[in-house]
Write a protein that binds this ligand. Structure first.
Ligand code: AMP
Length: 208
């Protein structure tokens, strides 16, 4: 399976991506996680990326496309992969066409007014990358690996509004893009993570 997970910031892409990748044995390719790893290491790419992510802006297409192309060529992607956070622009989607075919695009649909509350309650684990929401988990320590949870710099309220605006302008057009080529399937993301995952599994049965 070669899948794309689409959705606005806070729609629950990361949470669902982890579950899907585990259940179907897919390589989980999160461009956001890859950039955060570069930032943590303080590489040139990381420093450059941070100047965009901190403002809620997108990192330039050529940088992201090169990063994904390299990642998809790695061996663990031979058995299938799940793209989480890529593509985010029509330009990236066009480039992806030249890199790999795709079996399905799953769009997690959440009403815009729910996104800010979801993002501002998010807590991340620096150790294993898991994310939690304070409405479901009140602890300050990751229950998977024991690391201390933190709030992503770009989850702060002033940045969140710009991320949603950027999503509406640059990424939302991909809904039409993938509807037109018949790959798009949508699930109602305004439900519990378990219910959303069940809906996604129903869709993925079509591919088996
Ligand atoms: P995410 O973890 O997917 O929400 O990504 C965090 C931030 O990384 C985004 O707000 C962007 O600044 C940047 N980013 C991640 N994926 C991409 C992409 N495909 N294109 C451009 N920027 C990206």
């Amino acid at each position: 399976m070669k899948l794309i997970l689409l959705g606005a910031p806070g729609a629950g892409k990361g949470t669902q991506a982890e579950r899907i990748a585990e259940q179907y044995g897919l390589a989980h390719i999160s461009t956001g996680d890859m950039l955060r790893a570069e930032m943590k290491k303080g590489t040139e790419l990381g420093v450059m990326a941070k100047s965009f992510t901190d403002k809620g802006e997108l990192v330039p297409d050529d940088v992201i496309i090169a990063m994904v192309q390299k990642r998809i060529s790695e061996r663990d992607c031979d058995n299938g992969f799940l793209l989480d956070g890529f593509p985010r622009t029509v330009n990236q989607a066009d480039a992806l066409k030249t890199i790999s075919d795709i079996d399905m695009v799953v769009n997690i649909d959440v009403p815009t007014e729910r996104l800010v509350a979801r993002i501002s309650g998010r807590r991340m684990c620096p150790g294993c990358g898991a994310s939690f929401h304070i409405s479901m988990y009140r602890g300050s320590i990751c229950d998977k690996c024991g690391a201390e949870l933190y709030i992503r710099d770009d989850d702060k309220e002033e940045t969140v509004y710009n991320r949603i605006k950027v999503y509406n302008e640059k990424t939302q057009p991909l809904i039409d893009y993938y509807t037109d080529n018949g790959l798009l399937k949508s699930v109602d993301g305004d439900k519990s993570p378990e219910q959303v995952f069940e809906s996604i599994k129903v869709l993925l049965k079509e591919l088996k």
